[in-house]
Ligand binder design. Structure first.
Ligand code: GLP
Length: 242
């Protein structure tokens, strides 16, 4: 695991954007694994700026997002489909037919999870996977106690995750209780993984991820087992490292 500690959020964000740009320069038809959450908003803003300056094209790329809330249609303003349209897809030359998220509004969410896992495999798995880090150590929506070998499936969100994501909804009671998420096993099949975290609120969980035991109690700790992971932090998020 390579750990890069930047002084500021801005340089940490720029570093992750540069890793994506470099990956696409080497492999224009790369399969990107994309994440949502507040942390990623700055990365997508940086990627839009690089696209607008001609530094990168997404025209040949494929993408698979980590997760989606069960029950929300792509048109729902709080869906991750809406997030991706508003934060990235609406501003770059990504082919909409190659940009994938699970559908949250299907009648059979379990079948949708299986379809999504099969689609990722059919694309040859993820080349570069972007990850944020949940305050409880989740990656995607793989909450603590998730099987470290899990595939795409439905997960029940913890109360702390629903509270953390309530800021995107009118009321915490509106936050869905279930999500479809790539599994930890799905994520670990990616050739390369880049995780970004910043802020003092993430310092303890960052230390558990990097220096703690590999345990389902902190799903992100499994990244210690992957051969090509880069963790990008700002100084605050690195504050509890030994
Ligand atoms: C959500 C997403 C995760 C993301 C997390 C972190 O829970 N499902 O993939 O890592 O948010 O969010 P933030 O960056 O807002 O702290």
């Amino acid at each position: 695991m390579k750990v890069l500690i930047h002084q500021t959020r801005d340089t940490a964000t720029a570093c992750v954007a540069d890793l994506v740009v470099g990956h696409l320069a080497r492999q224009p038809d790369a399969v990107l694994g994309l994440a949502t959450g507040g942390t990623m908003e700055a990365v997508y803003a940086a990627l839009i700026a690089r696209y607008q300056s001609g530094a990168v094209s997404f025209a040949g790329a494929h993408s698979f997002n980590l997760d989606e809330y069960v029950g929300l249609s792509p048109d729902h303003p709080c869906s991750y489909w809406a997030y991706m349209r508003e934060k990235l897809f609406g501003y770059v030359d990504m082919d909409p037919a190659r940009a994938h998220l699970p559908r949250g509004d299907v009648a059979d969410a379990e079948a949708e999870a299986e379809r999504y896992e099969a689609a990722i495999r059919a694309a040859g798995d993820i080349g570069l996977q972007l990850l944020g880090l949940g305050a409880n150590g989740h990656i995607g929506f793989n909450e603590p106690t998730s099987s470290l070998a899990s595939l795409t499936r439905i997960k029940t969100l913890t109360a702390s995750t629903r509270d953390a994501n309530a800021r995107y909804f009118d009321d915490v009671d509106d936050v869905p209780r279930l999500a479809i998420t790539m599994g930890i096993g799905t994520i670990l099949r990616a050739q390369e993984i880049v995780l970004l975290a910043f802020g003092a609120a993430k310092a303890d969980v960052v230390a558990r991820m990097i220096e703690g035991p590999v345990t389902a109690a902190c799903p992100a700790s499994v990244l210690q087992m992957h051969p090509k992971v880069t963790v990008v932090l700002d100084a605050d998020a690195a504050g509890a490292l030994a």
